[in-house]
Design a protein around this ligand. Structure first.
Ligand code: GTQ
Length: 348
């Protein structure tokens, strides 16, 4: 934290050369960077307009099949970190395309994944023996080390936003993955089983508490939207967030996934928020309505299906247009909370 050290004492090249030869280095060169007073990040604010990126996603459908690619995805790369397959320092995001009749074969990995459905109707993801049919606005999870395959038996292409904790797992050098024995996993439960069993305000009578990831693996938009609709009549609005809810694991009340926190928020028509910062860089996907988010003074206008990010600790302000706006978002807040790292600052 001491930024001014007299040059005469530290500019001893001969000393530095000897240090380097023994794989050592002086901390005082890098102290202020390593232990910064506030978050410093190469991550920059960015927005992907769906109208601009969709044609390229469809073009990817002509270049390679889902099966050949294993996962046919265009990675959303933060412009501040090109070539690093990450949308923030800790998170990966991409747009995945499944065309009618295609299957993305079964596999499992250490990384936790989430899907947020952007376009299409009725493609499925199967997770550990159960399929769920996906609709726009649905939030679908694939907890770490669960078998999952995706398929599309509908007549339209389906596109969803993938969010994975790939950079977190790679930071720990803890990545394991394996392909399934068959392309599509064997199903052992009917469609809708997990939601009925765990996500309906009920639990099996002998259910053990706990579990790192939620047993509910599809949080349908229909239900989420209904909840927001009912709440917005009664709730007082948060000056920064409007009405913001988090997706939870019904066995713990904690975030649905251990590393990534997920949220849905409603900004009422004409909402003009106050300034907000938090230590979790956040990926937003607009579901309904239009608006703008000012990020460190830069204005990003968004509409349905657009994706944008607010980097760690940058000041953001949300404003909604003439109708109610709905934003899905995810971040590494779940991991940060577990490590005691997460912080926020609000302007009143
Ligand atoms: O659907 O399993 O975007 O394994 C990247 C890696 C999606 C997936 C991605 C993956 C997946």
């Amino acid at each position: 934290m001491n930024e001014a050290i007299p040059a005469t004492r530290v500019d001893d090249d001969e000393f530095r050369t000897r240090l380097r030869s023994l794989d050592m280095a002086p901390l005082w060169d890098v102290m202020a960077t390593l232990v910064s007073r506030e978050p410093r990040t190469p991550c920059v604010p960015a927005l992907w307009r769906y109208d601009a990126v969709r044609p390229l996603v469809m073009e990817a459908g002509e270049v390679i099949t889902a099966k050949e690619a294993e996962r046919r995805v265009l990675v959303l790369e933060n412009p501040g970190m090109p070539g690093m397959s990450r949308i923030t320092r800790s998170l990966y995001a991409g747009l995945q395309l499944i065309l009618p009749g295609e299957v993305a074969p079964s596999h499992r990995h250490s990384q936790t994944a989430l899907r947020f459905v952007i376009e299409g109707n009725g493609a499925y993801t199967a997770v550990d023996g159960e399929r769920t049919m996906m609709q726009p606005g649905d939030f679908v999870t694939t907890p770490h080390w669960t078998w999952h395959d995706h398929g599309n038996e509908s007549s339209e292409p389906m596109i969803w936003l993938d969010g994975l904790d790939i950079p977190i797992v790679s930071l720990f050098d803890a990545s394991f993955a394996e392909p399934g024995e068959r392309e599509e996993q064997q199903l052992s439960r009917p469609i809708g089983d997990a939601l009925a069993r765990y996500g309906s305000g009920l639990l099996p009578v002998d259910q053990e508490p706990g579990a790192l990831s939620s047993p509910v693996f599809n949080y349908p938009y229909l239900r989420t939207r209904e909840a927001l609709d009912a709440l917005c009549r009664a709730s007082e609005w948060d000056p920064c967030h409007g009405l913001r809810m988090k997706y939870v694991n019904p066995l713990t009340g904690d975030h649905a996934l251990p590393t990534m926190a997920t949220f849905m928020q409603l900004l009422p028509a004409g909402f003009s928020g106050t300034g907000y910062r938090s230590s979790d860089a956040t990926v937003y996907a607009c579901v309904e309505g239009t608006g703008e988010t000012e990020i460190d003074g830069q204005r990003f206008r968004w509409g349905p299906r657009d994706i944008f990010i607010v980097p760690s600790w940058m000041r953001s302000v949300h404003r909604a247009g003439g109708e109610d706006a709905v934003l899905f978002s995810f971040s590494d807040r779940a991991a940060q909370e577990r490590l005691g790292l997460w912080r926020e600052a609000r302007e009143s």
